[in-house]
Design a protein around this ligand. Structure first.
Ligand SMILES: [Zn+2]
Length: 89
């Protein structure tokens, strides 16, 4: 349930040992998932644009979500030009 969109590690080019890094105050589910090695808890201090979002257990390497960074650049104009929520008339 935690690995819906997992990036490949830039070092080993694999994602089988990559887990998401979750920020914010962790609930019991997240703490259990971390104990199982399914996610990594990143703490509650968020620096926009700076935080790694994935962790490769093989390389012990943190890296950001490259796809979402590209998305943010691409969708910037559309959102300011009148975004409508789906289903809204
Ligand atoms: Zn790796």
């Amino acid at each position: 349930m935690w690995n819906e969109r997992i990036e490949k590690c830039p070092k080993c080019q694999k994602n089988d040992q990559v887990i998401p890094i979750m920020f914010g105050f962790p609930g019991p589910e997240m703490i259990e998932a971390e104990q199982r090695g399914e996610i990594k808890l990143g703490g509650c201090c968020i620096t926009p644009g700076m935080d790694p979002e994935f962790h490769c257990k093989r390389c012990d390497y943190d890296f950001p979500d490259f796809d979402s960074q590209f998305d943010q650049i691409g969708s910037d104009e559309e959102e300011t030009a009148g975004y409508r929520a789906p289903g809204e008339e």
